[in-house]
Ligand binder design. Structure first.
Ligand SMILES: *[C@@H]1O[C@H](CO)[C@@H](O)[C@H](O)[C@H]1NC(C)=O
Ligand SMILES: *[C@@H]1O[C@H](CO)[C@@H](O)[C@H](O)[C@H]1NC(C)=O
Ligand SMILES: *[C@@H]1O[C@H](CO)[C@@H](O)[C@H](O)[C@H]1NC(C)=O
Ligand SMILES: *[C@@H]1O[C@H](CO)[C@@H](O)[C@H](O)[C@H]1NC(C)=O
Ligand SMILES: *[C@@H]1O[C@H](CO)[C@@H](O)[C@H](O)[C@H]1NC(C)=O
Length: 401
């Protein structure tokens, strides 16, 4: 009988904080809100979006650093799920269970994501779970030119303080993870898995963001492993394995957007590339405005990469771009300790415009050979000024501009 009173008190206390009655408190940490307590089915068939959003609303209103918990051993089917801030305190989404998108085309709208975080500060997304976009019908639809819009898998916009760790992302209909207008971002030990021929399935893409660190990630996709778009500064990408995919790209910059492009202080180090289209590249459209500078690409291994080093001020994927004067000014790009094999003979391409040539290109200890060929690799350099040091293979000659 003695146990009854404390039990009652506990019930009353938890009822007082509303839906947190369903949540558990862990020692020294905030309250844990399990989606199961908010009537998620977790059977892989029932749409649990609403349960996730309701769980989120409670966790987000908690001022004690809450965790939204997605339990292991279950699969949650979601449609478009919006997780919005601002929240009262730092918040964690712990994804230990699996999340899947519907198996057929499920939205016609533009700018949708399966999980869309908006204006959430000090957010951690962690867990051993997998988020599967079930993208195959979307890729098919896109290839048949029928789907104009496809949903992204996970998007973060307008945030400050973001950590994404350990989760696995798979087969997104479009980009797997996008970061827009965020500051202080860490992505660590995240895996992305999609077929090499799946269209536009970039791994991690970011724009208008600063202070971003991406480390120890493994990315297989049909587009860029990591892409860095305009308005982004201070990014470090390290210990990333990339391939298949298009490589780690800056741009494309200077497109139709009116604002001049700006990208600065980007470092890519200690990465491995396997069978990718490019290794590291900076791409911009003809006629763009703005600048891209202070790049360091170092300690990179290339295995059968088409163009391991690529700067392209004439980016034109459809091959039908009219000639335009001007371009985004690319300066101070250093390539140090880059080795391995290319699948094309022209392992290095640095193609800059006559009106806005590239400056300050520096290559030090670059050793690239042509996979399965005895002939040496070549470099194609156009309108670029720079210098070389140590061994540089293929031979690179900068002519006076
Ligand atoms: C996020 O963290 C920063 C720095 O610690 C703090 O100033 C801010 O108040 C926090 N915001 C929230 C919503 O937790
Ligand atoms: C990386 O994440 C996976 C889950 O995706 C986990 O099993 C593994 O332990 C993590 N590695 C480290 C070093 O934390
Ligand atoms: C990136 O690396 C540079 C040089 O080590 C360091 O100064 C900077 O703080 C790092 N930035 C991030 C976001 O990790
Ligand atoms: C690149 O390959 C070399 C030789 O196989 C290896 O020693 C080095 O650790 C690799 N670098 C990375 C970043 O994995
Ligand atoms: C090089 O040879 C290997 C082994 O025969 C093969 O798997 C690979 O596709 C070849 N690479 C290229 C670029 O031809």
């Amino acid at each position: 009988m003695r146990a009854v009173l404390p039990m009652l008190l506990l019930l009353v206390a938890s009822a007082a904080v509303g839906s947190a009655a369903a949540a558990g408190r862990r020692k020294g940490e905030g309250t844990r809100y399990s989606v199961m307590a908010f009537h998620a089915a977790g059977d892989g068939e029932t749409d649990d979006s609403k349960a996730f959003e309701e769980t989120w609303d409670s966790a987000c209103r908690d001022s004690g650093g809450a965790t939204l918990y997605v339990p292991e051993g279950r699969t949650f089917l979601l449609g478009e799920t919006k997780l919005q801030g601002p929240c009262k305190s730092p918040i964690t989404l712990q994804v230990d269970g699996d999340i899947v998108a519907p198996s057929s085309l499920w939205t016609l709208k533009s700018l949708t994501s399966l999980l869309a975080f908006y204006r959430v500060d000090n957010l951690t997304v962690d867990g051993i779970g997998q988020i599967d976009g079930r993208g195959a019908p979307w890729w098919h639809c896109y290839n048949q030119k029928k789907c104009h819009y496809r949903p992204q898998l996970v998007s973060f916009s307008f945030c400050n303080g973001l950590r994404v760790t350990n989760i696995r992302l798979k087969d997104s209909a479009d980009k797997h993870m996008s970061v827009f207008e965020c500051s202080q971002v860490q992505v660590h030990n995240v895996t992305v898995m999609a077929p090499g021929n799946s269209p536009n399935t970039d791994g991690i893409t970011m724009g208008a963001s600063d202070h971003v660190r991406i480390s120890s990630c493994n990315i297989h996709s049909g587009d860029d492993c990591v892409s860095i778009l305009t308005g982004t500064t201070d990014v470090n990408v390290t210990d990333v394995t990339c391939g298949p995919g298009h490589g780690i790209s800056v741009g494309s910059l200077g497109g139709a957007s009116e604002k001049p492009a700006l990208v600065e202080r980007i470092t890519v180090s200690n990465c491995n590339f396997f069978n990718t289209m490019t290794g590291v590249r900076i791409k911009s459209w003809q006629g763009g405005r703005g600048k891209a500078n202070t790049f360091l690409f170092r300690d990179l291994n290339m295995t059968q990469v088409r163009y391991p080093i690529d700067i392209d001020q004439f980016y034109c994927p459809q091959g039908n771009c009219p000639k335009r004067e001007g371009g985004v000014a690319i300066t101070d790009a250093r390539f140090i300790n880059i080795r391995g094999t290319s699948s094309e003979q022209e392992a290095i391409q640095i193609l800059c415009s006559k009106s806005v040539p590239c400056h300050g290109i520096f290559l030090h200890n670059v050793d690239l050979s042509w996979a399965n060929h005895t002939a040496p690799t070549k470099a194609k350099i156009l309108n670029a000024q720079g210098s070389v040091a140590g061994t540089v293979k293929p031979q690179v000659r900068f002519r006076g501009l």
